[in-house]
Write a protein that binds this ligand. Structure first.
Ligand SMILES: [Zn+2]
Length: 337
């Protein structure tokens, strides 16, 4: 089925094969020398290991060509899954504050070479969401990153985000950067309500002017917050397998997705860091359909939620939605659903 993806991290989407290639050409050490070994090392064990994997991956991205390669491979993977539109998060400061720094303008130019290639060769579209890690200190570095993001508005940058460890790093630390993003017309896309509870989501809404919430699943702990999110229909980028790996839900069967839907909240489905959580967007849809017995109408609704939450003009979203509906109708006929 046709799909869109709103919440997926470029650095967290690098397949083991690509990491091996990057490490070899940049002479960087890896904890395993084979794809199978790397795949085993990738597999999620706990948050500290996850951060270590992320650190090693980022250390292997050293040149603009590396950015172009990872973006091309990412978009090939999206095309294979029939994901037509992707809003891709990446963390530029990590690659500037590194042993092999690549300036933001060169990062973005390389990403756009991949984007232009994919639009022509694969028929898939992409836009960029630079973010800052909440652990970054001083937090004022976020002002530099938001200025980079604003400078890229004519080159496919549509939003500004904040991710990383939520605990001890409340949204308020980044309020000034998000004020700047909003004033410049960028969408405000913070992660919140993943490892922290409702206070983090309220902060993201009130202080960071969130247009969407990355995760947000812990809103269910506060009925007032649920009512607010329902009234405003603020999209929650839900990533079920990621939530399980990070201990936000114990298992898929216990994931809050059915409750979020029953509360009338605006939910989209995403893969977050797919190979690190041993998943992809197709797999996420298959898993929720299976576990929660969601029929084709419920799945189509979730896909169309994604379309209507895209950071694109209303008229374009309407066109994409109409196209997707037609394809769902055709698929239902073909597979007698
Ligand atoms: Zn994320």
């Amino acid at each position: 089925m046709p799909k869109v993806e709103l919440h997926v991290h470029l650095e967290g989407s690098i397949q083991p094969e690509t990491l091996l290639r990057l490490a070899r050409r940049n002479h960087k050490p890896l904890p395993a020398r084979t794809v199978e070994g790397l795949r085993r090392w990738y597999s999620f064990t706990d948050f500290d290991h996850f951060i270590e994997v992320y650190r090693v991956i980022c250390a292997c991205i050293c040149t603009p060509d590396d950015f172009e390669l990872i973006a091309r491979e990412f978009l090939c993977n999206q095309a294979e899954q029939n994901i037509r539109y992707s809003e891709i998060i990446f963390t530029p400061y990590t690659h500037v504050n590194s042993d092999d720094p690549v300036p933001f303008s060169e990062q973005l130019a390389a990403l756009n070479r991949a984007r232009d290639w994919a639009a022509v060769e694969l028929g898939v579209q992409a836009v960029w969401v630079p973010d800052i890690s909440r652990n970054t200190r001083p937090a004022a570095h976020s002002l530099m990153v938001v200025d980079w993001a604003i400078s890229g508005q004519e080159q496919g940058v549509v939003g500004f985000g904040v991710g990383g460890g939520e605990t001890g790093n409340p949204p308020e630390l980044f309020a000034e950067a998000f004020d700047r993003a909003r004033a410049a017309g960028l969408a405000c896309l913070p992660h919140a309500g993943e490892t922290e509870g409702p206070a983090s989501i309220w902060g993201a809404l009130h202080r960071l002017h969130a247009n969407r919430i990355g995760h947000g699943v812990r809103c269910l702990e506060d009925p007032e917050l649920v009512a607010f999110l329902r009234r405003r229909q603020i999209p929650l980028d839900v990533s079920p397998t990621s939530n399980i790996c990070l201990g936000v839900a114990l298992s898929l069967a216990e994931h809050p997705l059915p409750r979020l839907l029953a509360e009338g909240l605006y939910v989209t489905i995403n893969s977050d860091d797919p190979p690190l959580f041993n998943t992809n967007l197709t797999q996420e849809y298959l898993a929720i359909a299976d576990t929660f017995d969601l029929g084709v109408n419920a799945i189509e609704r979730l896909v169309l939620n994604g379309v209507h939450a895209l950071l694109r003009p209303l008229i374009e979203r309407a066109k994409i939605s109409e196209q997707f509906r037609k394809e769902f109708t055709r698929l239902c006929t073909e597979f007698q659903l």
